[in-house]
Design a protein around this ligand. Structure first.
Ligand SMILES: [Zn+2]
Length: 469
């Protein structure tokens, strides 16, 4: 028995690159998304055109609401669930020391971790984030709770314990020995990653290898993590970390990393070339299931290497504003051929709701200096928040848009649930040209949306509920 969700549908059809997103934009004002009992999309088009064999389908009429693909957040930190707008009185490294390391340490208390994992999944669901790439807790019991809660709720997550084998005193509770770190990473993979092909086809939860960043580990840790990654690479294991975020000269993240390892580029440390002079010391962790957060201050060679290996970027404009990290150069990064997905970077980013992260994305790139600045097309914004995220996670064959055969991850935005949104969309002057009118409408639907307007979140056709519901 099929179910049809009727509403105003927008999605980026097919498998375009970002510069082709406007050509691939599907705008179905009286749209119908038909789903089978397994949550797979069997048809998507205009309501009057629906095929005769859908006649008996159950219809869920969403009225004047918008139906968009579920948002994909490719960079977020579970143990920072209660750290939004933490004041560190400095920059990235001070913020970590004063706010983040102490907060992340609280998850060693299993009761607190249970509350945190429930809160985490609630926040993803209310924000319409159907898939998240998540830096996890250092405490195995907290990670078990995160995976189990995500499984119970039906959320898609890719997560892995945040590995830290060196660091300041403020991080002492988060640091393990190198041997222990590897043992715990292996245990997490064996417990929560779908290891055979069939399990992987059905799974919603996956594991990633996640060093916090190169400064939180050593050459020996990177070598051992590379071995683990390589061992499970063919079974869909993920890799993610931070890259080129904070460029404060001398003591900032990038200079400190290059000084600590003696490497030519930050990316080399994740590429197996972590020995002095960027000499090969182990296996590379780059590839089509690898995601580098931020990548604000990349060298040309780093962008080229990411493009060559199919490594994606999690672009986190809200977080970059919060920490004063600068802006990932959009045109240059796109020109290098690297896939750019979006990330909230909760809690350095103080916004869960991906349309608001895309809103910041638009603003920071129109504000880039000189020829670097551009006005992103609304379809490019939608692409970045949906299909690009699916591609970054090597899941674009199953999610990211409403192509037939994919799994139905989608959200419902009701314009009148947030007064200003509904009234503005209704009363705004509409351009005469139909394509311009379509683009202007999508622009406002995304940029003006606020979380209260997001009323329903579905993964694989199933409506997700929060713990309060
Ligand atoms: Zn981060």
């Amino acid at each position: 028995m099929a179910t049809i969700h009727r509403g105003h549908i927008f999605h980026i059809a097919g498998s375009p690159l970002v510069l082709q997103a406007s050509d691939a934009l599907a705008d179905l004002p009286d749209g119908a998304l038909a789903i089978d009992d397994d949550g797979r999309i069997i048809w998507c088009g205009e309501w009057p055109d629906r095929p005769a064999d859908l006649e008996g389908a159950t219809v869920v009429d969403h009225g004047d609401a918008f139906i968009l693909p579920g948002f994909i957040d490719t960079h977020m930190h579970f143990p920072q669930v209660y750290c939004g707008d933490s004041y560190g009185g400095g920059q990235l490294l001070e913020w970590l020391d004063n706010c983040i390391f102490p907060s992340e340490s609280l998850l060693q208390d299993p009761e607190f971790a249970a509350q945190a994992s429930a809160e985490w999944c609630d926040r993803m669901i209310t924000a319409g984030t159907t898939t998240g790439l998540v830096f996890g807790s250092q405490f195995p019991a907290a990670q078990d709770l995160l995976f189990q809660t995500a499984r119970d709720r039906g959320l898609r997550i890719v997560a892995g314990r945040t590995v830290q084998t060196v660091g300041p005193d403020s991080a002492s509770a988060l640091i393990t020995s190198e041997d222990k770190a590897i043992e715990l990473v292996r245990e997490e993979i064996e417990k929560w990653h779908p290891l055979d092909d069939e399990a992987r086809r059905d799974a919603l939860q996956f594991v990633a290898v996640v060093p916090r960043f190169s400064l939180s580990v050593t050459t020996r840790t990177l070598e051992a993590l590379g071995e683990v990654y390589d061992e499970y690479r063919d079974r869909g294991l993920y890799f993610t970390s931070h890259l080129n975020e904070n460029a404060r000269p001398g003591t900032g993240e990038i200079d400190s990393t290059k000084a600590m390892y003696g490497v030519d580029s930050y990316l080399d440390t994740y590429d197996g070339k972590f020995l002095p002079g960027s000499k090969q010391g182990g296996k590379s962790m780059l590839g089509p299931r690898s995601v580098m957060a931020h990548s604000v201050h990349c060298q040309d060679a780093e962008l080229a290497r990411m493009a060559e290996t199919g490594t994606s970027i999690a672009h986190c404009p809200v977080s970059q504003l919060f920490l004063g990290s600068g802006t990932m150069p959009w045109k240059r990064t796109v020109a290098a051929g690297v896939n750019i997905a979006i990330g909230s970077d909760w809690s350095a980013g103080d916004e869960w709701f991906i349309p608001q992260v895309l809103n910041a994305c638009f603003k920071v790139h129109i504000s880039e200096a000189g020829d670097a600045g551009l006005s992103l097309h609304p379809a490019e914004l939608l692409f970045t928040g949906t299909l690009a995220g699916a591609r970054a996670l090597d899941m674009d064959d199953r999610i990211g848009n409403f192509d037939v055969g994919k799994e139905a991850d989608f959200v419902v935005l009701e314009p009148h649930r947030w007064e200003m949104y509904g009234r503005t969309l209704e009363n705004v002057v509409k351009p005469a040209d139909p394509i311009t009118a379509r683009d202007a409408n999508l622009f406002a639907v995304l940029m003006l949306a606020r979380e209260p307007a997001l009323t329903e979140t579905y993964v694989r056709g199933r409506r997700l509920t929060t713990s309060a519901a």
